[in-house]
Design a protein around this ligand. Structure first.
Ligand SMILES: Cc1ncc(COP(=O)(O)O)c(C=O)c1O
Length: 467
C-alpha cells in the first residue's frame, strides 16, 4: 500500500480509535464488531484518493458515500465557504425571507434540471428531502381537493434515506424491522433486479413485467388513493440494480395515465453519475419531483432538496395556504454557496461531458472484463456506477449459501490492498469520483482483479467455493 504522511497529524491513531469507540455511535455499524476491528481514521483526500491517520493511501472507489463527484481537495469550495461565512454565515428562508446564495442556487438548478422542474425546496440531506416529498405530495393532493390520494408506492430493496418517512419509502427489511416501519400508506412493489430475480426471462420482458406491478397495485387500491410513485433511476445502496431499458418508460406511462406523481430519487444518479446531469435525462423520464443531495455539493457541505414541477409549484401558489414544513438550515447560505461553486466546476471543467463522451465508455470496457473472473457471476455498469455479483460457482452462477459472508471477505481484502469498495451482501459495488481518469480506471480494475484473486484463495480455504 502506498504511503504518504498525513497533512494534519493529530493524535496517534490508537488514541483516536479509543476515543471514537468510547464516545461515537456510528451510522450503519455494528458497534460490537467495530470494537473488534477498530475504526479507520481518515484524515485527508486528494483527487480520487483518501489517506488515513497512519498515511495509508486508498483509492476511493465509492466517492465517499457516492457523493464526492468532483474529487477531494478542491480548495475553491473552501474559499467559497469562507467568503460566505464572512458575509452572511446564516440566515433562514422561513417567513417571507431569502438570500442571494439560495436564490442563485435555485435558479441554477432550474436551468440544469429536466424541462418543467423549476422550483426547489431545500433541505440538508437526501433523507430530509424525501421526508419533504411525502409531506409535499400529500399537501399537493389535498390542495387540489383530492386528499385521499395519500398512498406512495415504492420498491423493495430501494434506499431513500434513514429518517422515519424516508426509511419507510425505502424497501430495506433490516431497516423496517428496527422501529416498526414502514409508516402507514407506503406500499412496496418488486424491484427490476434481473440478475437476482428474473434471469429466466429476457431482460426487456422482465422490465415490463416489473413495471406493470405498479399498474396492478394502482388498480387494486384505485388511482384515487395513490399519490405518487418513487424510485431511484438506478438503485444504488440496494446493489447498483440497473433496470432493463423497458422499465422506466413503462413506469412513466403508468404514472401519467393514472394521474400519479412520479418522484425520481436522484440522490445518487444526479449531478453526473450516469454522464448526464440527472438519471431522469439518461432514461428519458419526466418526473414531477426529483430528490437531490450528495453530488449537489460533492459532499463538501450537507445539502439536499426537492426539485418540483411548475405544475405543482403553480398549484400550491394558486391554492394558497402555508406549507407547514421546513428546516432551520433549508438553503443554508454556506451550503448553497459551496454548491454553486461545485456546479460551476462541474460545468466549466466539463466533468459530466467527459464522463458521457469518454470515461463511461472506458469504464464499461474495463468493467465488463471483470466478468471473466472465476468469482464473478455478472459485472454490470452504467456511467460510473457498477456492481460485481460474486458467485460460489462460475458455471451455475450460484449465490453463496451464507449471504454476505463472501462480500465481507472481499471488502476486507480490498481494504488491505488500498481500495475502498463496498459490499452489499455479495454484490461488490463502486461509484468513484467523476474526475477519475482512464489510467486511474485501469488502476482500479487491476486492483479489483488482484483482490478477487486473493479473495478466491481465501474463500477456497474457508470451503465456501464449489470449484
Ligand atoms: C437514493 C438515495 N436517496 C436518499 C438517500 C439519503 O440521503 P442522506 O444520507 O443524505 O440522507 C440516499 C443515501 O445514500 C440515497 O442513496
Amino acid at each position: 500500500m502506498d504511503s504518504l504522511s498525513p497533512k494534519t497529524n493529530q493524535k496517534p491513531t490508537k488514541i483516536l480509535q479509543e476515543l471514537d469507540l468510547k464516545h461515537h455511535l456510528h451510522p450503519f455499524t455494528d458497534q460490537k464488531e467495530l470494537r473488534l476491528k477498530s475504526p479507520r481514521i481518515i484524515v485527508r483526500g486528494d483527487g480520487i484518493y483518501i489517506f488515513d491517520n497512519d498515511g495509508n493511501k486508498y483509492l476511493d472507489g465509492m466517492a465517499g458515500l457516492w457523493c464526492v463527484n468532483i474529487g477531494y481537495g478542491r480548495t475553491e469550495l473552501a474559499v467559497a465557504a469562507k467568503k460566505q461565512m464572512e458575509e452572511l454565515p446564516y440566515y433562514n428562508t422561513f417567513f417571507q425571507t431569502s438570500h442571494p446564495p439560495a436564490i442563485e442556487l435555485a435558479t441554477k438548478l432550474a436551468s440544469l434540471a429536466p424541462e418543467g422542474l423549476e422550483t426547489v425546496f431545500f433541505s440538508n440531506s437526501g433523507s430530509e428531502a424525501n421526508e419533504t416529498n411525502i409531506r409535499l405530495v400529500r399537501h399537493y393532493w389535498s390542495s387540489v381537493g383530492k386528499p385521499k390520494k395519500s398512498i406512495i408506492i415504492s420498491r423493495k430493496n430501494s434506499y431513500h434515506g434513514s429518517s422515519m418517512g424516508a426509511a419507510s419509502l425505502g424497501g430495506m427489511n433490516t431497516m423496517h424491522s428496527q422501529g416498526g416501519l414502514p409508516i402507514p400508506e407506503i406500499i412496496h412493489i418488486n424491484q427490476p433486479y434481473w440478475y437476482g430475480e428474473g434471469k429466466n426471462m429476457c431482460p426487456d420482458d422482465f422490465g415490463i413485467m416489473r413495471a406493470r406491478e405498479l399498474e396492478t397495485v394502482i388498480q387494486k387500491y384505485g388511482p384515487e388513493k395513490i399519490g405518487a410513485f418513487i424510485g431511484e433511476p438506478i438503485q444504488g445502496a440496494g446493489g447498483v440494480i440497473i433496470p432493463p431499458d423497458t422499465y422506466w418508460p413503462e413506469i412513466d406511462r403508468i404514472c401519467k395515465q393514472n394521474d400519479i406523481l412520479l418522484i425520481a430519487d436522484e440522490v445518487i444518479c444526479g449531478f453526473g453519475r450516469l454522464g448526464t446531469w440527472f438519471g431522469s435525462q439518461y432514461y428519458g423520464i419526466k418526473p414531477d419531483i426529483m430528490t437531490i443531495a450528495k453530488g449537489l455539493s460533492s459532499g463538501y457541505q450537507p445539502i439536499g432538496g426537492s426539485l418540483i414541477s411548475t405544475k405543482i409549484a403553480n398549484t400550491l401558489e394558486k391554492c394558497g395556504g402555508e406549507f407547514s414544513h421546513g428546516y432551520t438550515y433549508s438553503a443554508h447560505p454556506v451550503a448553497a454557496a459551496v454548491s454553486l461553486e461545485n456546479l460551476r466546476i462541474l460545468e466549466e471543467e466539463k466533468i459530466i461531458e467527459e464522463v458521457y463522451k469518454n470515461t463511461a465508455q472506458h469504464m464499461f470496457e474495463r468493467w465488463n472484463a471483470l466478468s471473466e473472473h472465476p468469482l464473478v457471476g455478472e459485472a454490470r455498469v452504467k456511467g460510473l456506477m457498477g456492481a460485481l455479483e460474486l458467485t460460489s460457482n462460475k458455471s451455475t452462477q450460484a449465490s453463496f449459501s451464507h449471504k454476505g459472508q463472501a462480500g465481507i471477505i472481499v471488502r476486507d481484502i480490498c481494504l488491505r490492498n488500498g481500495l475502498i469498495m463496498r459490499a452489499v451482501e455479495d454484490k461488490m459495488i463502486i461509484s468513484p469520483p467523476l474526475i477519475i481518469q482512464a489510467s486511474e480506471i485501469d488502476e482500479l480494475v487491476n486492483l479489483i482483479w488482484k483482490c478477487l484473486d486473493q479473495s478466491q484463495k481465501e474463500l477456497k480455504c474457508q470451503g465456501l467455493l464449489v470449484s
